[in-house]
Design a protein around this ligand. Structure first.
Ligand code: FAD
Length: 511
């Protein structure tokens, strides 16, 4: 009954060519295009793809009474908001039996000059590759992800780490303005001068306040090429690479703001082996043909799988091409597949999950996490298509200090706690029948890492929303004060709680 009414109301108000129903070919293509098959397993009744912010506003107005149950409890039909569909948590950007608002057609990318500052205005459904294409040859850079296919929308509402984050801060810290459709259907801007409480709340607050239709990002001079690439090696060299990262992050005169290093160990059931990757970047304007000293400790370290060393001068476009586009082409996959080129990619959909923990940059804590990761894997090692990895993503003190410089955010990270390491366990696998065992392995491993870090007094409450799983209370982890501020923003801009009750996916503010 509710669904019938909603469908009728949507058809009456919005172009029917932008509404896709179960069973239609376009519906199947769109619903099959999430990063993880676990998200594609969810079947909305209808997918709506707006072509303008006005259509988004109309959609919100039509949906509001149904999503809030104003037509009676049985008539409640909720909705989900999707941009890139790259966050793997099931139900975060899709909804069983409800309506999925897919922002993929809002994909414009425009440069705007305002005095000295050039901004790049990006439609919520664009991918980072399109943003980098637009910036090519302009001498400008932007804090986007390290993959061309990465979604802009979800990332810019949850934090996000870029090649440039050591110098420029988190991705969300670089959003100068969010254009938002509120629960009332009104379209507003949120920036330093207008609705500044909403602006700060959106910097980390996810889908709790409205549908963001456009993001205006700060750009910065990024002339020419920079140093980037990966070094691959085996587990025995991992302690050296971790030690080098900690030495750089804890340098007396501060870590180099132009250097960005991320370390991963991957395990593949196909090849029954561990392999490691250090991704290295030096993005200083002074980059020249000579490899900068700051990345030499990893780049020059031997033994390594020399034929896979890709560290070189590269453009932004080349840098993102290094990080393959989807789960099947993930970093973890590359570690093993480039080593064994005969391995053929399959077209079967891949299941995927991320969980994360944040700790101080402390060697015993990181080595303990490594031990937990490698030993916990035992129970699931033979699952078909399994690729599981442990990633150490640093938040340098300089990264953390950029938040205040750029106006603030909601993440609750304090530079005086830094440097920090976000530890992410990510897993890709083939069969639904392995879901429970794999999620149990990941949950147990990350819980154990948390406990051990806590025991050593090295745990930081922060959990990255972007890489979190359902049991992780992301909003609570931002701290009491930030949680309260987020709740106040919600009550001010969405007093009836449309984005709390009507959009159930994601990490909500009132539990
Ligand atoms: C190969 C690869 C490389 C990656 N590299 C990086 C990296 O370098 N750095 C990093 O930090 N992460 C990285 N990630 C993580 C990834 O970028 C994010 O998970 C992803 O970008 C999320 O954005 P999305 O637009 O796809 O979000 P979606 O999956 O579409 O949505 C995620 C959440 O945000 C909400 N949301 C999305 N858009 C809007 C909107 N417009 N308005 C309101 N709510 C919205 C949704 O409702 C949902 O709750 C990588 C992932 C992959 C697969």
């Amino acid at each position: 009954m509710g669904l019938e009414q909603v469908t009728k109301a949507l058809r009456n108000s919005l172009p029917s060519s932008n509404l896709y129903f179960e069973g239609e070919r376009e519906y199947e293509t769109l619903n099959g295009s999430y990063l993880s098959a676990m998200e594609s397993d969810i079947r909305p009744a209808v997918i709506f793809r707006p072509e303008s912010r006005k259509q988004v506003a109309k959609f919100v107005k039509v949906m509001k009474p149904f999503a809030l149950g104003e037509h009676g409890e049985e008539a409640t039909v909720q909705f989900a908001i999707r941009s890139g569909g790259q966050q793997p948590l099931p139900g975060v950007a899709n909804i069983q039996g409800g309506i999925t608002l897919d922002l993929g057609l809002l994909n414009s990318v425009e440069l705007q000059k305002d005095g000295k500052q050039t901004t790049v205005s990006v439609g919520a459904g664009a991918r980072w590759g399109a943003v980098y294409d637009r910036l090519e040859g302009t001498g400008l850079g932007v804090t986007g992800v390290r993959s061309a296919s990465g979604g802009v929308g979800g990332l810019s509402l949850t934090g996000g780490v870029s090649f440039f984050s050591s110098r420029e801060g988190f991705v969300c810290d670089n959003v100068l303005n969010y254009e938002v459709v509120l629960a009332s259907g009104e379209i507003v801007n949120a920036n330093e001068h207008e609705n500044s409480d909403l602006w700060i709340s959106l910097r980390g607050g996810g889908n709790n306040f409205g549908v963001v239709t456009r993001f205006d990002f700060r750009t910065f001079p990024q002339p020419g090429r920079f140093w980037g690439g990966s070094v691959f090696y085996f587990l025995s060299s991992w302690p050296y690479h971790v030690g080098a990262l900690l030495s750089e992050l804890r340098k007396k005169d501060a870590a180099d703001p132009n250097a960005h290093v991320q370390l991963s160990i991957g395990y593949s059931s196909q090849f029954a082996q561990f392999a490691c990757q250090s991704q290295l970047f030096y993005t200083g304007a002074d980059a020249n043909e000579n490899m900068p000293d700051v990345i030499r400790p990893w780049a020059d370290m031997h033994p390594q799988i020399e034929q896979l060393n890709s560290v070189r001068l590269m453009t932004l476009k080349e840098a993102v091409a290094e990080q393959p586009a989807d789960a099947k082409g993930s970093v973890r996959y590359v570690i093993v597949s480039t080593n064994l080129p005969k391995y053929q990619k399959t077209n079967s959909p891949i299941r995927c999950a991320y969980m994360n923990v944040t700790v101080k940059a402390d060697a015993p804590t990181l080595f303990e996490a490594t031990e937990i990761f490698t030993s916990s894997l035992e129970n699931v090692k033979s699952a078909p298509g399994l690729m599981s990895s442990l990633t150490f993503q640093p938040y340098s003190v300089n990264t953390l200090q950029q938040t205040a410089r750029h106006g603030g955010n909601s993440l609750g990270l304090d530079p005086s706690d830094g440097p920090l390491i976000n530890i992410m366990v990510s897993t890709y696998w083939q069969n639904k029948s392995d879901d429970a065992a794999i999620l149990k392995y990941m949950n147990n491993a990350t819980a154990y890492m948390r406990r051990e870090a806590q025991r050593r007094n090295k745990l930081v409450p922060f959990v990255s929303m972007n890489h979190a799983w359902a049991h992780q209370d992301v909003i609570e982890c931002y701290g009491e004060e930030n949680k309260r501020a987020l709740q106040e923003t919600s009550m001010k801009f969405d007093p009836e709680g449309l984005f709390q009750r009507g959009v159930p996916g994601g990490f909500k503010l009132f539990n």
